[in-house]
Design a protein around this ligand. Sequence first.
Ligand SMILES: Nc1ncnc2c1ncn2[C@@H]1O[C@H](COP(=O)(O)OP(=O)(O)OP(=O)(O)O)[C@@H](O)[C@H]1O
Ligand SMILES: [Mg+2]
Length: 289
Amino acid sequence: MNALPESVDAVADGLLEAGYLASGSTALVAYLATRLDKPVLVEGPAGVGKTELAKAMASYLGRELVRLQCYEGLDEAKALYEWNYRKQLLRIQAEADGAGWSEVQDDIFGKEFLLARPLLEAISSEQPVVLLIDEIDKTDQEFEAMLLELLSDFQITIPELGRVAATSQPVVVLTSNNSRELTEALKRRCLYLWLDYPTVEHELAIVRLHAPELADTVARKLVEVIAMVRELDLKKPPSIAESIDWARALLLLGASDIDADTFTATMSVIVKHRTDIELVAERVGLALA
Ligand SMILES: Nc1ncnc2c1ncn2[C@@H]1O[C@H](COP(=O)(O)OP(=O)(O)OP(=O)(O)O)[C@@H](O)[C@H]1O
Ligand SMILES: [Mg+2]
């Protein structure tokens, strides 16, 4: 499918077909993003489906996913574009003595000598893509500033070439784990979606989607226990990713119930800090006994 979605419900259905169960607000923001041509900033704790939302959007819209994984120290050369120095050098060497420097210079700063990195690739693609800028909070503020031109005008400026306007308009999804506060300038240009841990019913539906063979009673108990564990003051509460892993593990082990023994044996799938394990074993283990 390449057309833009007709309604919020159409987006929700489409995402579901792509294996993503969107809440009402998620479907709404995703719909608005495609129709208003605005980037979406998705924030929330680890493992609640931020990255997956971008993947599901790409799959639903029938678009290629161009992904920029952010990290500390990421710069323009890795994110935007880089001159292909080797090719430029070869071009200069291949030039017979006759040509003047100005001619060669005009030539070696042409598009042909540009290496497109994800951001440039996304806006210069013939077919519109979904651009995922993952974990933007890992970069510094200078990088964010550089993104602003791209996010508001869908263009970039290359000093030697001038303005490069977008050939096609990407759907842009930025994700953040909130490890630092993002600038107001960036937030102003984006639609905002806060993804939190889901409600018990929503999580049950997600678990069913990923582990349909798991018995209903086990699946329900699983999400209830997970909710109970999240109530504790843990270093790292289990996310949806852990719920899914646990469901698959229980399925594989043929568990027909989550009793105290099963829980103790498998809890390392959902809690991954030593201090957390002790606390969870004591509180939840006891509740299940
Ligand atoms: N609404 C949902 N429907 C279906 N699957 C989901 C949903 N939310 C999360 N998942 C599943 O949970 C897992 C974790 O999701 P994802 O990797 O997108 O998390 P994240 O928020 O990007 O985490 P991190 O911040 O650690 O990168 C994935 O396997 C994804 O399929
Ligand atoms: Mg992610």
